[in-house]
Design a protein around this ligand. Sequence first.
Ligand SMILES: Cc1cc2nc3c(=O)[nH]c(=O)nc-3n(C[C@H](O)[C@H](O)[C@H](O)COP(=O)(O)OP(=O)(O)OC[C@H]3O[C@@H](n4cnc5c(N)ncnc54)[C@H](O)[C@@H]3O)c2cc1C
Length: 432
Amino acid sequence: MALHVMEEANRCLGCKNPRCQQGCPIHTNIPEVIRLLKAGKLNDAGWMLFENNPLTTVCSLVCNHEGQCEGHCVRGIKGAPVHFSVIENYISTTYANQMVKGPAPSNGRKAAVIGAGPSGITIAIILARYGYKVTIFDSKDKIGGVMRYGIPDFRLPDSVLDDLAYRHLELKGIQFRPNTYIGTALTIDDLFRDGYQSVFVGAGLWKPRKLNIRGESLGHVSYAINYLASPSAFHLGERVMVIGTGNSAMDCARTAVRHGAAHVTCVNRSDKITASEYESSYAKLEGVEFLMNKITLEIREDGVVLSDSEVNEEGKRVSIPGTERLYPCDSVIIAVSQGAESNLVSSTRGIDTNRGLLTVDEDGRTSRPGVFAAGDAVNGARTVVEAVANGKRVAEAMHEYMQTLPMPVDTDYPDVPVADAMEASAQAEQVL
Ligand SMILES: Cc1cc2nc3c(=O)[nH]c(=O)nc-3n(C[C@H](O)[C@H](O)[C@H](O)COP(=O)(O)OP(=O)(O)OC[C@H]3O[C@@H](n4cnc5c(N)ncnc54)[C@H](O)[C@@H]3O)c2cc1C
């Protein structure tokens, strides 16, 4: 591994005008990281990666490298690009074990983060570096958001996220409150009441988009984001039909294959697979089949009714009458993207949205003072690295905002004596 990594590093030309860095949405200083590695300064290279991108290890595994850093590498014009993803993964996983620094000194202020996806984690880490006491609230039991409950384990092992939780959150004193959905019992108003000076919303997109066709509620049908959250909870049978050909559809299909499905078919309305070339080629390699130019009309207990499709004069894709056929299958996964859930916004005064996405200015300020947002909840379905890059900018704006506020006053009841533990337990015994 080390030899391979150094071979890759030695192929880097150290360009003065590094196209790889320009192609990276978070502008990782790739030539400098590689230079440090080659100079034997692995820890300096690791420090540089994590300072710029706290989710560097995750990004080394799940970024669309062929469209970003590696796709822009000069070496790639005539041959193979420098595979920086391999170098980044090696440096970040090795350096991660050295990261034991505890919390920064407190600055006396606290901030709340809703959502433990990449945007929320980034905000929490940056604010904690400034000395804020940060609490992350998430409706799930563990941190990660889509990284844990969407992206399958075979692409991004949970251990990477567990390590992130320990080294970046626990060791830095960031509190995580699991299984807590903000917008039902607790609201954003409650958070302000309890002294958080600013609230970040990084709630992502978790409401599956429906097909709005007959049969969608049948027992053998599921939505991609629900299936991927815990695939072993679903019994798909031998023949699985996945409606959609995007990256999420590929994740569903490849997960189904790993859970024993013998025939997995992805269906698309048009003639173009929407997933990246990389993801779809893996799916094909693993035996997934594709049915193109088909419109899904109805889901039945024994299969899916599809018709051929064509583009009409208005440019709309429509069914061709008379081509309807039943395609037998045992289960159906609908993977046609997600939208925003509305409870969080509807339970809070003064937060504007546009088609379900939160409206913010260029620094992530929502229409309600003190509430900031970033990630998919603002931009629609994007990527991990974009959520991090977006989160970095918003964290600075939150810091700037909170520094303009007066120091919080202690609103706890003053002078309340501490209960005598013996007395309390004696009273409890009497009650029993
Ligand atoms: C199946 C799938 C595969 C993907 N694969 C890739 C990939 O390979 N590479 C890549 O770069 N990107 C990928 N993406 C996209 C990427 O994961 C997202 O763009 C990114 O996770 C968005 O980050 P986020 O922080 O905005 O939100 P999320 O990751 O969605 O996290 C939001 C968090 O907020 C929590 N939450 C929501 N509402 C509330 C509430 N009211 N109260 C408390 N908690 C709440 C959720 O439980 C969740 O943990 C994929 C997406 C999907 C769906």
